[in-house]
Design a protein around this ligand. Structure first.
Ligand SMILES: [Zn+2]
Length: 317
């Protein structure tokens, strides 16, 4: 928790220091900065890096600070319009995912009820609406066997993700939106003509390996932006998954088998938990995603667990 506050402060100090550099710097709102080689305030933002969209998924803070330090040290040149921002600072200071409103369901809201939603509107209106490529850094609640990209499917997002890492699995979905409330960051960018992707780097918390992994991907994106790379000719090789089964959170006494991790495999008919003394079994089964363990006193989530299947390329719209 103290480390969250320290890193948020460090981000604030580093972005202020950018003024010493030969860039044109804009501060559209607190904990957000837009860096460009020339003054051109109206131009689209080529690349946006976002951290702590969920306040306790803190590894992105480390990555953003490492990147800023490289720019300040002149180890990295920025030859495009680049936005860096922190999502839910308020929640991160309490080491919470969110306080009242999930920032990743607060993009493009028409009316706001609290300060998190207010910040969501600032982010979506001032930055994401004019972002060409978005990289939003997340971490999973439970352990994960693999890091993975996750975003609503568009051709552009898939090609961008695949360029950043042609081996890393992609979890995607198409058709209906992810949530009925406000939009996710990547979804909002996609709806506004850009290509938005999110990544789950590993289980939540500070972790040097995850920092290095995420930083390498961001550096690859920066290099591509500096060279004006288009991602259109990129071949897609990695496994792509989508939901085969979404299990709603049952009423009453629910117990998920202990230590179910993301990317575990559960077969059709296999027991994965218990609700009110009755076995819960996988209807279709597949690869586990987002298992939910609720501690007493915590509100009941909408979903208990998801299972995924591999997607064939020809299925993609
Ligand atoms: Zn998240």
């Amino acid at each position: 928790m103290i480390r969250n506050a320290e890193m948020i402060d460090r981000f604030g100090v580093l972005v202020q220091k950018l003024q010493e550099k030969k860039y044109h710097i804009e501060y559209p709102f607190e904990y957000a900065v837009i860096i460009s080689p020339v003054k051109n305030n109206k131009a689209p933002i080529d690349f946006t890096l976002m951290a702590i969209t969920h306040g306790n998924e803190v590894v992105g803070l480390d990555i953003a600070c490492e990147l800023l330090q490289k720019i300040l040290n002149d180890e990295l040149k920025i030859e495009f319009k680049f936005a860096l921002l922190l999502g839910n600072v308020e929640a991160s200071l309490q080491n919470k995912r969110f306080i009242l409103s999930d920032m990743n369901r607060s993009m493009g809201l028409k009316a706001v009820k609290n300060s998190e939603e207010k910040r969501g509107v600032l982010i979506s209106e001032h930055i994401l609406k004019r972002t060409r490529y978005l990289f939003d850094i997340h971490q999973t609640i439970e352990p994960t066997k693999k890091s993975f990209f996750i975003f609503p499917y568009t051709r552009g997002s898939l090609r961008f993700a695949s360029y950043l890492d042609p081996k890393r699995p992609v979890v995607t979905h198409w058709g209906k939106g992810f949530s009925k409330d406000g939009m996710c960051t990547d979804e909002f960018v996609n709806k506004n003509g850009g290509a938005g992707i999110s990544i789950e780097l590993g289980q939540k918390g500070f972790d040097d390996n995850q920092t290095q992994d995420g930083l390498n991907l961001v550096l690859r994106a920066v290099e591509a932006m500096n060279q004006g790379t288009s991602f259109s000719s990129n071949a897609i090789d990695q496994p792509i998954y989508t939901w085969s089964e979404v299990v709603s959170y049952p009423d009453g006494d629910v117990a998920l088998n202990s230590e179910i991790h993301n990317f575990d495999i559960y077969h059709q008919g296999q027991e994965f938990g218990d609700a009110n003394g009755k076995k819960l079994t996988a209807e279709k089964g597949g690869v586990v995603m987002f298992p939910k363990y609720v501690q007493s006193g915590m509100p009941k989530p909408k979903e208990l667990i998801r299972f995924m299947r591999l997607v064939e390329h020809k299925e993609l719209p």
